[in-house]
Design a protein. Sequence first.
Length: 101
Amino acid sequence: MFDWQMGTALIQPIAVLTTEVDSGEDERPEGASHVSVAKVIEVTSTSPGSFEDAIRKGIAKAQKSVDGIRGAWISEHKVEIAEDGTIKHFRVDMKLTFVLE
């Protein structure tokens, strides 16, 4: 569940991708291909301070339960406006990619 006050993140899996990666460090027979599987999760995070802080909090929260995060794509930036017109919260929706071992 998403909590505006605590700036917590909602993490939800959205896709699984496969990609061929050659690290050159494994002991495969010559000509054999190495396939890595990457997964994408969607994260929503907030901060009262800035978009950058919301991004950092969302990634940090995801790293507590997911190893090997390789990238982030920020798909949405949103703000919640207080009655006096000031920005109350910065919100980002992002997709994080990590490789399954």
